[in-house]
Design a protein around this ligand. Structure first.
Ligand code: AR6
Length: 171
């Protein structure tokens, strides 16, 4: 697992993850950036998918992106924590990892799902993301590398802090 600060649309991996909404028809934030960079063929492909439930994931090609595939997952909207938000966020990461393996991906890049306009508390979200990914990679998986792409420094710091905690535990 590697934490990087940058723009997920620029990264050359087998698959990138899109923090989408349930319509899969585009939006702002990372979703908007991915649609702009991938070109109009992406919206066309997304229309054929007929939406996606929160916590699940669906795949399209990467079109004009350097990535071969885009795995679209609608994260939960934060509503205070009593609406299964944590389980749903973990399920987003898990569903994307399973699909990446199904499509024989060796490299995968995630944005920080739900911590933008969906307002999931950052520290909690980062803990769920790292825990879900580590537990998945400890099982049988063909994935060689998972990148966590942080757009802003606050998110980058939160991931670095979380991962250093996991490394302390394994020493
Ligand atoms: N590369 C990597 N990360 C990015 C990029 C980028 N190019 N752009 C933004 N981020 P958000 P959400 C970060 O709001 O909270 C959309 O309208 C951003 O700084 O994109 O899951 C969808 O259509 C933040 O850390 O996603 C949905 O309606 C993280 O990506 C809704 O937003 C997630 O922020 C989903 O909200």
């Amino acid at each position: 697992m590697e934490v990087l600060q940058g723009d997920i649309t620029q990264i050359k991996v087998d698959a990138i993850v899109n923090a989408a909404n349930t319509t899969l028809l585009g939006g702002g934030g990372v979703d908007g950036a991915i649609h702009r960079a991938a070109g109009p063929a992406l919206l066309h492909a997304c229309r054929e998918l007929h939406g996606c439930d929160t916590g699940k994931a669906k795949v399209t090609k990467g079109y004009l992106l350097p990535a071969r595939y885009i795995i679209h997952t609608p994260g939960p909207i934060w509503k205070g924590g009593d609406f299964n938000e944590g389980k749903l966020l973990s399920s987003c990461y898990q569903s994307c990892l399973v699909l990446a393996d199904k499509f024989h991906c060796q490299t995968l890049a995630f944005p920080s799902i739900s911590t933008g306009v969906y307002h999931f508390p950052l520290i909690q979200a980062v803990h769920i993301a790292v825990k879900t990914i580590i537990e998945y990679l400890q099982k049988e998986s063909k994935l060689r590398k998972v990148f966590l792409i942080c757009f802003d420094e606050k998110t980058w710091k939160a991931y670095k802090w979380e991962i250093s905690g996991w490394l302390d535990q394994t020493e």
